[in-house]
Design a protein around this ligand. Structure first.
Ligand code: HEC
Ligand code: HEC
Ligand code: HEC
Ligand code: HEC
Ligand code: HEC
Ligand code: HEC
Ligand code: HEC
Ligand code: HEC
Length: 328
């Protein structure tokens, strides 16, 4: 009986001690939220005497991070900011805090990650937004949170606050023109909701600069479904990607993500071995100079054309398509 009472008391003391002040305030992502991309993990330490910390993500422990050094404290004070690499689905994060070799406290965070959108997250995880006043208030002592248009479009890296926090956007092989020139403010305005949301999307946005393409498309007899619908972003990333033309996936994968039925049928021809026309893995005779392989766009214009199926040379007779590469 006595033992039991003591247990209750000690639990109360523990609860009392932690609820007065959590060891950590998670800022981004917030607890039980869903995230649309692998962005950052940001939190604030509430204990001054922490010398190092260790983050465990889904059971895998990282290396200890020294957050106690004067150099660290001078730059970041009690903030911790790291790039996150979330696993799809639930991510369980444990942060252990150390003073010297002694573990003094732990904190937990659960977040849900679905690539490209938070719509498919279970309802117990709320979509997270970074640029809201409560969070931005915590950053403004060190970062410019309300930049002028000139700052938002500055190509001097350390003067562009968007770039300072979002460097990762540019660290891909194919960067889109205006992102590469740091013109963040062209597409992002501070008047969006949430703040910095892109107001114009798809063709309406893209044709402002790609007006020559808008004219071409208008003249086409056949326009590809997603272009007709203005959905440029269903194939192109507005910032950049590892694929040419900033495509969100390698070409064939991209096309087959909507035309999956072609995976199970022979395309164009049935050869003596029963396979279809080669669609990849062979040099494209029309693009020898750029060293490109055969792909869906070897024969189809991805945007549209003057004949059905948008063949690249708009042939009146299909044989004229074949003869571009098979002209013997
Ligand atoms: C103090 C650092 C910081 C600055 C400055 C900053 N951002 Fe962010 N922003 C973040 C973080 C952190 C996120 C969450 C996603 C991530 O971790 O990358 C985010 C998310 C976003 C999002 C997604 C919506 C949201 O609010 O979660 C957009 C859009 C965005 N930022 C645009 C911008 C633009 C444009 C600028 C320049 C005007 C800018 N950001 C400046 C840190 C910053
Ligand atoms: C005590 C100062 C301080 C505060 C407060 C602070 N930061 Fe920073 N932050 C820095 C410094 C210093 C850097 C490094 C800047 C550089 O790379 O040029 C940085 C860099 C970053 C980066 C880029 C990290 C990377 O991936 O390279 C992000 C994102 C960021 N901060 C977000 C935030 C957010 C969000 C807040 C507010 C919730 C915040 N910071 C508050 C000092 C601070
Ligand atoms: C050509 C237009 C365009 C330019 C230029 C541009 N963005 Fe974006 N940005 C977009 C679009 C479109 C989205 C997608 C919005 C969405 O999905 O809700 C986006 C989303 C974002 C997001 C949130 C999603 C993510 O990928 O993390 C951030 C952060 C962001 N932009 C930062 C920047 C920064 C920093 C710059 C400047 C270096 C910049 N953008 C330049 C169009 C642009
Ligand atoms: C602010 C002007 C601007 C806006 C808005 C804009 N672009 Fe661009 N885009 C450019 C510039 C500049 C280039 C680089 C010039 C070039 O190489 O043709 C470019 C290049 C491209 C390329 C690569 C061209 C190539 O030859 O590889 C693609 C693809 C592209 N943009 C698609 C889009 C899409 C999709 C949108 C809408 C989400 C968009 N652009 C919005 C200015 C813009
Ligand atoms: C179905 C996917 C898809 C959609 C939707 C799409 N594109 Fe493309 N786009 C491509 C592919 C694939 C290429 C590369 C073609 C190649 O390499 O021959 C490309 C190339 C481009 C280029 C550079 C080459 C050129 O033809 O000038 C620009 C600019 C471009 N797209 C803009 C846009 C704009 C603007 C939209 C929306 C109106 C859009 N795209 C919609 C797939 C698409
Ligand atoms: C976002 C989904 C989407 C992507 C990605 C996509 N398509 Fe399409 N495609 C459509 C839709 C929708 C139609 C019109 C409906 C239909 O005819 O199936 C269409 C029609 C076509 C047609 C005409 C079919 C017919 O019967 O007239 C061809 C050819 C085609 N697409 C080729 C491609 C190629 C090549 C790619 C990759 C560069 C591609 N598509 C990527 C959605 C997509
Ligand atoms: C060697 C040229 C060539 C290549 C490469 C090629 N196609 Fe085709 N495609 C054709 C021809 C020719 C037709 C007309 C077929 C017919 O009428 O039987 C066609 C028809 C289509 C159609 C409409 C008919 C249908 O079955 O839906 C779609 C969609 C299509 N192609 C998508 C693709 C995709 C996706 C790729 C890449 C995986 C691709 N094509 C690669 C030549 C090609
Ligand atoms: C963009 C170029 C291109 C176009 C257009 C094209 N082909 Fe091909 N074709 C190729 C290449 C590359 C190969 C592979 C040659 C090799 O194996 O070295 C090939 C192979 C073939 C083969 C032999 C397949 C095998 O494995 O034995 C046939 C048959 C064929 N093509 C028919 C056609 C027909 C019919 C058309 C028109 C509907 C056509 N091709 C259009 C590039 C093209």
């Amino acid at each position: 009986m006595l033992k039991r009472a003591m247990l209750v008391i000690s639990l109360l003391v523990l609860v009392g001690a932690t609820s007065s002040r959590a060891a950590i305030d998670f800022i981004y992502p917030s607890p039980n939220s869903s995230v649309p991309s692998s962005g950052h993990l940001i939190f604030k330490l509430n204990q001054v005497d922490v010398s190092s910390l260790r983050i465990t993500l889904n059971g895998v422990a990282g290396d200890p991070v020294n957050v106690g050094s004067p150099e660290y404290r001078k730059l970041f004070q009690d903030f911790f900011i790291a790039q996150a690499l979330w696993d799809p689905g639930v991510n369980r994060i444990i942060v252990d805090l150390f003073k010297g070799a002694q573990k003094i406290e732990s904190a937990n965070l659960n977040v849900f990650f679905t690539e490209g959108g938070t719509k498919n997250a279970p309802p117990e995880y709320t979509p997270v937004v970074m640029h809201k006043p409560e969070s931005e208030r915590l950053c403004q002592s060190c970062h410019v949170m309300n930049p002028t248009p000139a700052q938002m479009n500055s190509s001097i890296e350390k003067e562009n606050p968007c770039y300072i926090c979002h460097k990762k956007i540019m660290s891909v092989k194919y960067v889109h023109g205006p992102a590469g020139t740091y013109s963040c403010g062209y597409c992002h305005t501070s008047k969006g909701n949430p703040k910095h949301a892109v107001v114009k999307r798809g063709a309406e946005l893209c044709y402002e600069c790609h007006s020559d393409m808008a004219l071409q498309i208008k003249k086409r007899k056949f326009v590809h479904g997603p272009i007709e619908a203005g959905m440029c972003e269903s194939c192109h990333d507005a910032h950049g990607s590892p694929n040419e033309s900033q495509l969100i996936k390698p070409i064939n994968e991209l096309c087959l993500s909507c035309h999956g039925h072609l995976r199970n049928q022979t395309h164009v021809v049935r050869t003596t071995t029963g396979t279809g026309h080669p669609l990849s893995g062979k040099p494209d005779p029309l693009r020898k100079a750029s060293g490109r392989q055969m792909s869906c766009v070897s024969c189809h214009n991805p945007h549209g054309g003057d004949v059905r199926y948008f063949f690249i040379n708009n042939p009146e007779d299909r044989m004229l398509l074949c003869q571009m590469c098979h002209n013997k």
